[in-house]
Design a protein around this ligand. Sequence first.
Ligand code: NAP
Length: 338
Amino acid sequence: MASKQQYVQLNDGHLIPALGYGTYIPKEVPKSLVLEGTKLAIDAGFRHIDSAYVYQVEEEVGQAIQSKIADGTVKREDMFYTSKLWCNSHRPELVEPALKKSLKKVGLDYVDLYLIHYPIALKPGEDLVPTDEHGKLIIDSVDLCVVWEAMEKCKDAGLARSIGVSNFNRRQLEMILNKPGLKHKPVCNQIECHPYFNQSKLLNFCKTNDIILVAYGALGTQRDKQWVDQSSPVLLADPVLGEIAKKHKRSPALVALRYQLQRGVVPLAQSLKEKEIRENIQVFEFQLTSEDMKVIDGLDRNLRYLPAHQHIGAKALNKNGVTTIQFHTLMFGIYCSA
Ligand code: NAP
């Protein structure tokens, strides 16, 4: 089946499909559902699959991609696979081995995009979330510029076609962009971004620097009880989005995704349901008016669904832009709460 995707050019010349399929699932969801979901996504026309070492589903995602290559639906070169460097592998000598571990799990020779998942380093080792005897995270001190140089080597070695970052604020991006001897610019910054948190300032900064903004939580996140405040408003139930959706005879989900495409953002969309997956790829079939875009811009209310991530992007207190305490809040919020 021909791809229904459109593409956006990255600053290194490669193309990224303009809509991605997200593969993060909460721990209690069986991993086999991601295998099935990824196959459904490829069947529906998705060519961009977003994953990460820390999601612990790269084997299942890889099996899905391999099976769709084996049955002739796609070729490897049609697919765009993203993985991310976890925080316990920031030391420069650990970066390439970490990427090779992901490649082995997913069963590919190269990733299309490799991202620094967070601008923070954790103690190296097998533990994804290393803690001390008091249960506090053990932070490692690694200069982001040094991590970036190791990422550049992965690109030069052909293990990653493109390299970028995730959860970086402006100051952290500037650290990389202003690094003496910078060889490759980050092609993207993957961050939380949706109509309630439209990131217009960071988007403008990224555009000025030819960096693509990739949006996660573009549909209002999975509202995982562990880390999303359940009293926060449900994005897809927003009445204004609902009105615009009705006018276009589309769903609020499609409007939220289309909004990102039309402002030059590459949105990710996660779903394990066939109906939703097939619906989301229809984002290329309609257009919002400039008035719709303005109205949706007006929905911004500075609402992060994943407040745990907030501290990374907020105060720039140590050389990598975060404090140890803030990172404790972050990591416990995401991975350690019962
Ligand atoms: P999301 O894509 O914002 O939202 C996913 C939820 O939206 C689904 O669980 C689904 O809920 C609902 N949905 C999807 N399509 C729909 C449709 N057509 N109609 C109605 N509802 C629909 O969630 P996300 O997982 O937070 O973000 C997407 C991806 O971004 C992740 O999977 C991951 O790959 C990436 N991510 C990256 C980071 C990072 O730090 N870099 C952080 C978070 C996420 P129901 O199934 O209940 O309908």
